[in-house]
Design a protein around this ligand. Structure first.
Ligand SMILES: [Zn+2]
Length: 243
């Protein structure tokens, strides 16, 4: 890790630590997207997740450990997921609006983005949130040749449209199943990439501050100097301090 990255990681952590999870996601995405590409708010949710997965790989490697407790027998459930494998599911970006045809209903749509999710997040009524999302994402809706408001389309049609959106953005919702070795109970769960990445960064930052505290107290070095050290050099000094 270079000087810039260690210091910058700590700054990222400091900026994000007071925020609620959705704001942290935004901070992490802004950081991940700072290297160029479209602004993260305009990315489909799955592409934003891919950006966070790549950040996880760059900062902490590809291994993601998931754990939970079996609801049936309370045994610890663990699963190792490879971020590289997940990134293999990322399809090429859509070149323009996608088309959906369901019997007489035809639609042009784009995939829901981070911004769409942000706009609908505070809507308590799931039906209102769903309608808002449809209005934002569907640019054209026709019944036969006649243009129609998307909200007039039957729910079963918009449900199938939603399924098509998920198909086209497979990393938007990353489901996996944990099966208990003790009792065989299966439990499906979704991988929250931002929470996973945040947990790793938070653990790293707290460990780093602990090390800074130990070394600064004994040697009087600055935080910057200590963070800039290679991890192995820091470890040698920490060993010396512990003697
Ligand atoms: Zn169990």
């Amino acid at each position: 890790m270079s000087l810039a990255s260690g210091i910058e990681w700590l700054q990222l952590w400091e900026r994000a630590v007071p925020w609620a999870p959705h704001r942290r996601r935004r901070e992490l995405l802004a950081w991940a997207g700072a290297q160029g590409g479209p602004p993260p708010a305009q990315l489909p949710v799955g592409r934003a997740n891919a950006l966070l997965l790549r950040l996880h790989v760059a900062m902490f490697g590809p291994r993601i450990d998931c754990s939970a407790t079996c609801p049936a027998c309370a045994e610890a459930l663990e699963l190792e997921i490879d971020a590289g494998d997940l990134l293999g599911w990322e399809p090429p970006p859509l070149a323009g609006p996608a088309l959906f045809q369901d019997a007489e209903w035809g639609m042009s749509f784009r995939l829901p983005t981070e911004l769409d999710v942000e706009v609908t997040r505070n809507e308590r009524d799931p039906r209102v949130a769903r309608n808002l999302l449809l209005q934002r994402c569907v640019s054209e809706c026709r019944r036969g040749a006649e243009p129609v408001d998307i909200l007039l389309a039957p729910p079963e049609v918009t449900t199938r449209l939603g399924a098509r959106m998920e198909e086209l953005d497979p990393l938007a919702v990353i489901d996996f199943e944990l099966r208990c070795r003790g009792c065989g109970h299966g439990r499906s769960s979704s991988l929250e990439v931002d929470s996973i990445l945040w947990a790793r960064l938070d653990a790293w930052a707290r460990r780093m501050l602990d090390e800074v505290h130990e070394l600064a107290r004994v040697y009087g070095w600055t935080e910057r100097d200590i963070v800039a050290m290679s991890p192995w050099k820091r470890l040698v000094y920490l060993d010396l301090v512990a003697r």
